[in-house]
Design a protein around this ligand. Structure first.
Ligand code: GSH
Length: 206
C-alpha cells in the first residue's frame, strides 16, 4: 500500500490525498509533526534531504515533491489515462501547470504559512507574487473550464490547493471570477475531498 508522509494542513500533501481519493487508491497516512519540525529531523532527512513534505513510498519507489508524486500516481494508477495522458503535447501542456503549481503558486503557500504558522517571510512580497500568478491563471481560465485538455488533469490538482486557500494568506479571490468558477468545478469532481480551509460543496466555510 502507498505510504504518505503527511500533515493535515499541508496543501502540498493534500494534492496527493486528493488525487488518490479521486482514483480510489487507498494509502497509509503517516503523520509528520510539521509544527514540531519533524520534517527537519535526522530520521526524516534520510527520506527527503530537502526536509519537506510530502514524501510518498510505494513498494521500492520513494518520491518527494507533490508534482512528481502526482505524475507517478497518475501513470501507475489511473486506468482511464485521463489525468496525465501520454500524448507528448498533452504531457507538455500539463507539465506547464505542474511547474506553475510547484513554483509560482508557492508564493501563495508562503503567504499562508506566515499567517497561520508565523513563518518569518516577507508577506507583502509573497502576496504580490501570488497576485501576479492569479492574474495569469485567471486570464488563462477565461475561455476554458480546466487548465488543459478540456477536462481535469494533475495540472489542475497541482495548482488547486494554494489558490483555493489564498484567503488564509490574506489574498482576496473576488477579483478572479474565472478562478472562482474553476475552484467550484474542481470541488464537484467525483471523489473530491475537503481539507481545512477548502470546504466541500454545500459545507459552510469555517
Ligand atoms: N516542492 C515541494 C515543496 C513542498 C513544500 O513546500 N512543503 C512544505 C509543507 S506544505 C514544507 O515541507 N516546507 C518545509 C518547511 O516549511 O520547513 C512540493 O511541491 O511538494
Amino acid at each position: 500500500m502507498i505510504r504518505l508522509y503527511d500533515f493535515e494542513l499541508s496543501g502540498s500533501c493534500y494534492k496527493v490525498r486528493l488525487l488518490l481519493n479521486i482514483l480510489k487508491v487507498s494509502c497509509e497516512r503517516i503523520p509528520v509533526d510539521f509544527v514540531g519540525k519533524e520534517h527537519k529531523s535526522e530520521r526524516f532527512l534520510k527520506l527527503n534531504p530537502l526536509g519537506e513534505i510530502p514524501v510518498m513510498e510505494d513498494g521500492e519507489v520513494r518520491l518527494r515533491d507533490a508534482q512528481s508524486i502526482l505524475v507517478y500516481i497518475a501513470r501507475q494508477y489511473d486506468r482511464s489515462s485521463t489525468w496525465f495522458p501520454d500524448a507528448p503535447d498533452s504531457m507538455g501542456r500539463i507539465m506547464q501547470w505542474l511547474s506553475f503549481g510547484g513554483n509560482e503558486l508557492m508564493a501563495a503557500a508562503g503567504a499562508r504559512l506566515i499567517r497561520i504558522l508565523d513563518y518569518p517571510h516577507d508577506l507583502p512580497v509573497l502576496q504580490a507574487r501570488a497576485i501576479e500568478s492569479f492574474r495569469i491563471l485567471d486570464e488563462h481560465l477565461s475561455d476554458r473550464e480546466f487548465l488543459e485538455l478540456g477536462h481535469p488533469t494533475i495540472g489542475d490538482i497541482a495548482c488547486f490547493p494554494y489558490v483555493a486557500m489564498a484567503g488564509e494568506g490574506g489574498i482576496d479571490l473576488k477579483p478572479y471570477a474565472n478562478i472562482l468558477r474553476w475552484i467550484d468545478r474542481i470541488r464537484q469532481i467525483p471523489g473530491f475531498i475537503p481539507m481545512p480551509g477548502i470546504p466541500a460543496i454545500g459545507a459552510v466555510a469555517a
